[in-house]
Design a protein around this ligand. Structure first.
Ligand SMILES: N[C@@H](CCC(=O)N[C@@H](CS)C(=O)NCC(=O)O)C(=O)O
Length: 237
């Protein structure tokens, strides 16, 4: 039996933040396929194991705990695997970074693909908001209260690295943008991504999922405004 069951689409995106924490912690998990995800996601709230709106959904098999909402899932894993800081200020700073990361993901997909990117929308709001987010992460990392890069690696380090490494390797045209607007964040993400367990995991994920990032038409439109070729992955999304 695996330690966890992950119900998420076969794409990196939000799920990758969760996967990185589990991979770093040495936990095992079962990836449930899109049909199983859809079955739970479309089920009536009174039949769902935990009433939830949208994946990711995580099941801790031993404790029989179900959790949805990215921030709640990551906090749960952080506490379970000793990666969450202890002081209230550091815990809140970690949760704040996770919420910021989730907002970045929302922004870069125009609210989960509610609208597709046009060049005008990307130039007017997409890129300016993304570079502002990068500056926010960079300034946050420089602050005395930062929960990044401390002696003991913590949940914030993993979330920060999973967010920016995954985005700028799959959407590689964004790497120079990150280097320009958040060089410390880029270097931090590189350091964490080079840890043997995470480097090996990312290699396996590229083999499993190909070059897909957020999937669907929103990824096609994002690639278009970034002047990137169509994705080549032949996965289900
Ligand atoms: N607030 C939720 C958002 C979840 C979410 O938007 N999930 C996406 C995939 S990343 C989805 O499948 N959305 C479908 C829907 O909202 O119906 C979280 O942080 O987990």
């Amino acid at each position: 039996m695996s330690d966890y069951d992950l119900y998420y689409w076969p794409i990196p995106f939000r799920g990758q933040l969760i996967r990185w924490v589990m991979a770093y912690a040495g936990a095992t998990w079962a990836e449930h396929d899109a049909q199983e995800v859809i079955a739970l996601y479309k089920d009536d709230p009174d039949s769902q194991p935990l009433p939830f709106m949208a994946p990711p959904l995580l099941h801790d098999a031993k404790a029989d705990v179900w959790m949805s909402q990215l921030t709640a899932v990551l906090s749960y894993l952080g506490d379970t695997h000793g990666l969450m800081p202890i002081s209230p200020a550091d815990r809140a700073a970690t949760v704040k970074l996770i919420c910021d990361a989730n907002d970045v993901l929302n922004d870069i997909t125009r609210g989960g693909g509610e609208k597709l990117w046009t060049q005008a929308a990307w130039d007017d709001t997409g890129l300016p908001r993304l570079t502002r987010w990068m500056a926010i992460f960079e300034q946050g990392a420089e602050a005395q209260t930062s929960v990044l890069g401390r002696d003991a690696l913590g949940l914030a380090d993993l979330v920060n690295a999973a967010l920016w490494h995954t985005m700028t390797t799959r959407m590689h045209m964004l790497r120079p943008v990150l280097d320009t607007h958040a060089p410390m964040i880029a270097a931090h993400a590189d350091r964490i991504a080079a840890l043997p367990a995470l480097a090996e995991f990312d290699r396996q994920e590229l083999a499993r999922l190909g070059d897909v990032y957020c999937g669907g038409q929103i990824e096609t439109s994002l690639r278009h405004v970034l002047n990137m070729p169509e994705r080549t992955s032949d996965g289900p999304i």
